[in-house]
Design a protein around this ligand. Structure first.
Ligand code: HEC
Ligand code: HEC
Ligand code: HEC
Length: 427
């Protein structure tokens, strides 16, 4: 054997060893070698108190919203969850034996929430936010299971996921999980009072705020070091602002009752929710009981603040701002007030964080497509914001947004017509 061939041979052996070790590590990290679940598993509880508790968790945890398609039966799945890799359809969680959870045991259900694996062992996609639900307690998992097994069975298999290779392969998913997923446990800090711990559990495990408010890397893994610092949702239309930046959506400086009003009813003096956040409030947070709402608010207000460094503000040319002022007077002032102060129950735009966010994407969505706050017990008949896509040109929309971002003491950069054009294209 020549020296050259020997070297090649050694390199090939080394590569093979790395591959084998890598595959073993991926397997181990995915718990694929764990003992199979018992054949005779635990049946769901039928205790009405447990079922009711499960129903509550299913609301606050948004299981119902994500597992019900528009116009379809509740919890029968088939809602397309959009990801950067394609659409993933939610599963049928009703007790149908063939297409739902009818034959599942409490252990299998727990493994799905805790370790992201289906009854047959298949690795599940993290579009199902088990990266958060892994922190649920076994007791809450059992309550959710009891509730889900109590609803009417619906026979309906979800459509096949629309994913291209390699995203559609279990191997790629196993690798992803080896990199970004570890089964967790409920957040707990001895040094903190029970209320803080309860708030942490609600924010982290049940209501999975991080699924939208924490940025992800190129492979879709949550960036732990940037916890809750704000992120774009898939599709790039909406930006979920930082919950730890006082200039974005931190609640640290808000009086607790205003923060509670925002989360439970969707409106408060200094802000209102819209778009995907309005859905979170509508389908989930509005059902929080008083104690849990207080705990969540307390935890969010106590989060360590991490204000981000912002790009310098660049104003629009004076002619654009003048045009923006005219458009505002004609189309907006009747609701938002001449000085952006809000009129007759309509929201103020002066001094509003949502208006001066560095990223203007949400404003553009609101203006182009309109919006509603959610109808909640605390705000049963919300006002609507009309869409302006038909009435205003891209240039006029950019001008009016640039204007409201720099008038009345607001200080944020201009919006350009290209941003508006892109937002129009997106729907
Ligand atoms: C953001 C949307 C979303 C939310 C919220 C959500 N799910 Fe899911 N869930 C999904 C998707 C999508 C899948 C399918 C994943 C797959 O097929 O790989 C899924 C799958 C599952 C599965 C596996 C079913 C099977 O056949 O393997 C279970 C169990 C489940 N979800 C329960 C829940 C529960 C309980 C909650 C609330 C605590 C919940 N989900 C909240 C989107 C969601
Ligand atoms: C489905 C994705 C999603 C989830 C889950 C989510 N958010 Fe949001 N959130 C958004 C988006 C998008 C916005 C920006 C739109 C808006 O301001 O309403 C937002 C805005 C907010 C705001 C600012 C509202 C304002 O304008 O003053 C707060 C506060 C907030 N979210 C808190 C939370 C908390 C707390 C949770 C968990 C209980 C949570 N969010 C879960 C997407 C989400
Ligand atoms: C018929 C009354 C009405 C008119 C006219 C109107 N708005 Fe609104 N606007 C609303 C309501 C109601 C909301 C709150 C809706 C929500 O939170 O989803 C809102 C929300 C907004 C927001 C988002 C504030 C936030 O906290 O997220 C912006 C920005 C905004 N309007 C700008 C404008 C501009 C610019 C115009 C004129 C081109 C305009 N509005 C015209 C009623 C109106």
């Amino acid at each position: 054997m020549t020296a050259r061939r020997r070297l090649l041979w050694m390199l090939a052996c080394a590569a093979l060893a790395v591959l084998v070790a890598g595959a073993a590590a991926v397997r181990w990290l995915n718990h694929l070698d764990e003992a199979p679940l018992p054949a005779q598993g635990t049946a769901p509880s039928t205790d009405p108190a447990v079922v009711e508790r499960g129903a509550y968790l299913a609301r606050v945890g948004n299981c119902i919203a994500c597992h019900s398609a528009p116009g379809g039966a509740p919890l029968a799945g088939a809602l397309a969850v959009q990801t950067p890799f394609g659409a993933i359809y939610s599963s049928n969680l009703t007790p149908d034996a063939d297409t739902g959870l009818g034959l599942w045991t409490a252990e299998e259900f727990w493994r799905a929430l805790h370790n992201g694996r289906s009854r047959d062992g298949r690795l599940l996609y993290p579009a199902f936010p088990y990266t958060s639900f892994t922190q649920l307690t076994r007791e809450d998992s059992d309550a959710l299971f009891a509730f889900l097994r109590s609803v009417p069975a619906v026979r309906q298999a979800p459509p096949a996921h629309e994913l291209a290779f390699p995203a559609n392969s279990q191997g790629a998913l196993a690798l992803w999980r080896a990199l970004y997923f570890r089964p967790g446990s409920p957040p707990h800090d001895e040094a903190q009072p029970p209320q803080w711990n309860r708030g942490a559990y609600l924010v982290r495990a049940v209501a999975h705020c991080a699924a939208c408010h924490t940025p992800r890397n190129a492979l879709g893994g949550l960036r732990g070091s940037a916890d809750l610092t704000g992120a774009w949702l898939p599709g790039g239309r909406w930006y979920a602002p930082s919950l730890v930046d006082p200039a974005e959506a931190s609640l640290a400086a808000w009086p607790p009752e205003e923060a509670a009003a925002l989360l439970a009813s969707g409106v408060s003096r200094h802000g209102s929710v819209s778009g995907p956040m309005a859905e979170v409030v509508f389908t989930g947070l509005q059902y929080l009981d008083a104690g849990d709402l207080d705990a969540m608010v307390g935890y969010l207000r106590a989060l360590e603040q991490r204000p981000a460094r912002k790009a310098p503000v660049h104003a629009a040319p004076p002619a654009v701002l003048e045009r923006g002022r005219e458009v505002y007077a004609q189309h907006c002032a009747q609701c938002h007030g001449r000085q952006g102060e809000g009129r007759g129950g309509f929201v103020a735009l002066a001094g509003r964080r949502a208006v001066t966010l560095e990223h203007a994407d949400n404003l553009v969505q609101m203006l182009v497509h309109g919006g509603y706050s959610p109808a909640t017990r605390g705000n049963p008949r919300p006002h609507g914001m009309p869409p302006f896509a038909q009435q205003l040109s891209d240039a006029d929309m950019a001008a009016v947004l640039s204007y409201i971002r720099s008038a009345w003491g607001n200080q944020a950069s201009a919006v350009n017509a290209m941003d508006i054009h892109r937002a129009r294209e997106r729907r």
